[in-house]
Design a protein around this ligand. Sequence first.
Ligand code: GDP
Ligand code: MG
Length: 294
Amino acid sequence: MSSFKSGYVGIIGKPNVGKSTLLNQLVGQKLAIVSEKPQTTRTRIQGILTKPNYQIILVDTPGVHSPKDQLHAFMQSQITETVEGVDLLLFLVAVDEKLDEEDRLALKTINKENKPTILVVNKIDLDKTNAEKLRSQLSLLSQFCATQLISALEGIGCQELLNKIITQLPEGPQYFPEDTLTDRNERFFVGELVREQVYRLTQQEIPYSVAVVTEEVKERSPELTYVKAVIYVERDSQKKILIGTNGIKLKEIGQTARKEVEQLLQKKVYLDLWIKVKKNWRKDPVALKQLGLK
Ligand code: GDP
Ligand code: MG
């Protein structure tokens, strides 16, 4: 009889290398929001993959970068905690990017903990020519137990990566019931879907100044669920931009987010969106706590 394997697997790498896309691809569900803007992921999210002979708990993290404010410091601490708490690490790089200081910073954090680490070179759908160079440069900086080239977007190499993950995992218990997909609740995902639309539909500094809190999810009737979400910004001027001329921007955010939330809840949704100003919340420890970011 074959034994059951299980473990926590941390996904580490710079912003935008495709960590959240990989999590979604491996779990087969959109758990983490993805955008072309760096630093979309703020908190750790677990995605759980259960099969008859294994359970993998994937931990998506915010990108590694040097801390600039309290929010950044929080995001960095999420990475350090992840590295400490997992059985295995996936270190992700994108094939179209050069090695830089942030990669070195990430590897430093990793090397300190001495955890088995798989090097994952992502986005090979774009161009594979740089992959070998990246791999040899990286192998000078850290010891990897395996390497895998993938396209998280197209699923190329993902089954092979899964096999390598399983090989590395220890024998262990099934930590979660087999139908559990994530450690996060419905409200968290509703908030993230709204935040994703803000990222998609606004420019410059706005996305980074936004936090979303879902205050209410209530079934009004078997057909309709009422959802109240508050979008927090840091300044009045940002509130104005988010509302837009005659409310057009907010309407657009609300309409697209509602469709996403309906997909998630598998119900018709009335999405009640509010915008509030919380002055400089990114620098305010109390506000960060209230927003679930500390
Ligand atoms: P994260 O910041 O590391 O979590 O990166 P995301 O998962 O949010 O992805 C950042 C951007 O890269 C998004 O626009 C993704 O669609 C894109 N991306 C992710 N994986 C791939 C891939 O395998 N190939 C290509 N071409 N793009 C990808
Ligand atoms: Mg991400």
